[in-house]
Design a protein around this ligand. Sequence first.
Ligand code: SF4
Length: 416
Amino acid sequence: MSSAVTRTALNLLGKPVEELRAILESLGEPAYRGAQIYHALYAERREDFAAMTNLPGALRDKLARHAAIALPRIVRRHRSSDGTVRYVLAIHDGQPANIETVFMPEENRQTICISTQAGCAVDCQFCLTATLGLRRNLTAGEIVGQALVALQDNRTALKPQTNTVLMGQGEPLLNYHSVMAALGILLDPGGVAISPRHAALSTSGIIPGIERLAQEKVRPQLAISLNASSNEQRDKIMPINRKYPLEKLLDACRKYPLRAREWLLFEYVLLGGVNDSPEDARRVVKLVADLRAKVNLIPWNPGQLPFERPHPARVEEFRRILLDKGVLCFVRDSRGQDVMAACGQLALAEAASVAVSAPAGRAPGTLRSASHRGDRRPAHQPWPDHKMEIPTHPGNQHVSPRKRPVHDDQQRQAHS
Ligand code: SF4
């Protein structure tokens, strides 16, 4: 199992192969041993030097003395009746914190939802993670480590395909360097070997990050957490919209150089009586009309939060309006509903219980004011103008396609 990190041990988790080669050379070993460690750690998922039988015994002993593989530690597992497992993980490579990772098994694949920050500074008004504020960015190792822990913990039941979504705690594009370093390992055929087509990064709309992602050679699918049909609506729900308003966000989407078989994904949580009207649907059609886009409609799940699930007829009408206007659209059901509502709260309680030595720095480009945490709203306090709550890409929602078909031809297209 994982090696403990000591003050002096060098944590190898999250290092690219070139760096591992350099580290091994600095230890007086041939550089190719670094590549062997990379293979053992990510391709074979051997999390302990003693299990890396492709290395000589003397080197395994040496590594045990000088280095570590600092995997996140499982603090708690919350198992849903649908098979979803929600993990609370302790990270300790630096400032201690608790984060969440979700493992969702399906018939022929599993999907792992990964956090990229401990807490978040973006301050979406519907998001429980936002009430934590930003504790800190995760390192590449802590991001990759979540996938390794989830895969290892479910190793006896793994399906051939693994999907990963960066939709847990945090705004991935505000931790760009570590996220891309982690994806370099996760999407590397010689590493964890997740196909870029089976990976998605969800953003609240950080335009500079979207522009940087557009330049990457290897990248996941881009998902935009939309959740509103107008600036007025979105300004209230997602204050980031005041900095990156819809017209600029959609302009960045238009300029995003989509590759063959690549789509822009838009997530839209439907809140009963808030953003689920036919007028909203028609505005969404206009917003995405000239984009190669798929829209995921996610009906709000009632829980402890004072918001309402949209009436099924409203969901159907919304969906129908999009489809009739030629917008590829799916209704998604949340996974792990029976552990979700409680888990959002657990995350807060368990995160709060972690000793934090100093306040985390403010991530560049975030909107949160310095006094933000001073006026932290109760997690369940409704937005002043609306009785509403929306989960978007944090651990609050984990979605899978409904079994019933949408339009057969469009369904086929979507899964082709
Ligand atoms: S929805 Fe995402 S970006 Fe917004 S506050 Fe929550 S974690 Fe951060």
